[in-house]
Design a protein around this ligand. Sequence first.
Ligand SMILES: NC(=O)C1=CN([C@@H]2O[C@H](COP(=O)(O)OP(=O)(O)OC[C@H]3O[C@@H](n4cnc5c(N)ncnc54)[C@H](OP(=O)(O)O)[C@@H]3O)[C@@H](O)[C@H]2O)C=CC1
Ligand SMILES: O=C(CO)COP(=O)(O)O
Length: 345
Amino acid sequence: MIKIAIVGAGSWATALAQVLAQNNHAVVLWARRQELARFINEGENQRYLPGIKLHPNITADTDLEKVLHEAAAVVFGVPSHCFRDLLQQSLPFIKSDAVIINVAKGLEESTLQRLSEVFAAEAGEAALGRYAVLSGPSHAEEVGRNIPTAVVAASREIETAKYVQDLFMTRDFRVYTNPDLVGVELGGALKNIIALGTGIADGLEYGDNTKAAMMTRGLAEITRLGLSMGANLSTFAGLAGVGDLIVTCTSMHSRNRRCGIAIGKGKSLEEAVASVNMVVEGVRTTRVAWELAKRQGVEMPITEQIYKVLFEKLPPREAVLNLMGRGKKLEVEEIALSKINWTLE
Ligand SMILES: NC(=O)C1=CN([C@@H]2O[C@H](COP(=O)(O)OP(=O)(O)OC[C@H]3O[C@@H](n4cnc5c(N)ncnc54)[C@H](OP(=O)(O)O)[C@@H]3O)[C@@H](O)[C@H]2O)C=CC1
Ligand SMILES: O=C(CO)COP(=O)(O)O
């Protein structure tokens, strides 16, 4: 039995603790509030994953040093906006050979960095070899109930990705490996923007056609930004790309989609986020992605319109009209233009 620490005690951290505990690991979660640690130690995370009886191998504590002591692997299961701060607090207590696994799906707002870049900045470039990301279509509410799920472990070092695959793989939780850290991180973070958008369309009571169009064109712009930042094209056709996009844009479990629905129904951003009562990563990610699109010089029209709805009070119906009224385009411009020598004129 090896000890695995999880920094965070929200819905995803708790669901992943269940998976790891079922694999016979000793799992200790760090909660910042006593109440949450008590819920978990009493066998149910009533706040974040109600109705699921937790495995006896799971405990929780509010003492970060105690939680991290002698852990062979450390999972960061907190929202992106507090990752750097908690990483800084944790690093002095993490064993030098421990594997670090990040499961957050977001980007850092102040620096526009991917979370692996934040990790490298804090822990040193050499430590990146023992850093992995776990991502893919996986709602905590379903993983916690052992509903069959498939995800991806990505790392610069294949051995690290394989280690993570072995840690998490169960009968109901299948883990693939992928060397494309950049693509897996971007796929997981950027799909939340499109889920906000499809949620808004649902809130406006548009139909399935609208949703399918937004998901498909959303994937096109995610891919465009990803390729400009060094990601691998095939990652976006995989679990961390289209797979996660599908689940987040269609599931009522999705916090981003539910937030979008509330906005589409006329709630303000603040009211919509408050109604979800859990982290809505896509809001900050929209700001970051819009800045990245400008920096990289790539077109991200859906992201641009969602940015305007969220932060510039553009009425959602006008955002849809703006998207529908854009100039004529080739569907697969990057691929078409490079392979068959067409032009847009
Ligand atoms: N939920 C899901 O199904 C999935 C989520 N993810 C990703 O996992 C990450 C975590 O999401 P999720 O579990 O849903 O979030 P939740 O809202 O369920 O839980 C958030 C957790 O982080 C803690 N937290 C929030 N802010 C801070 C802070 N400033 N300092 C310390 N702790 C803090 C909360 O503690 P407190 O209760 O004290 O506020 C809580 O324990 C996100 O990046 C999300 O995109 C990925 C896959 C699936
Ligand atoms: O990433 C997720 C599912 O794969 C969770 O998405 P939400 O944060 O929108 O619930």
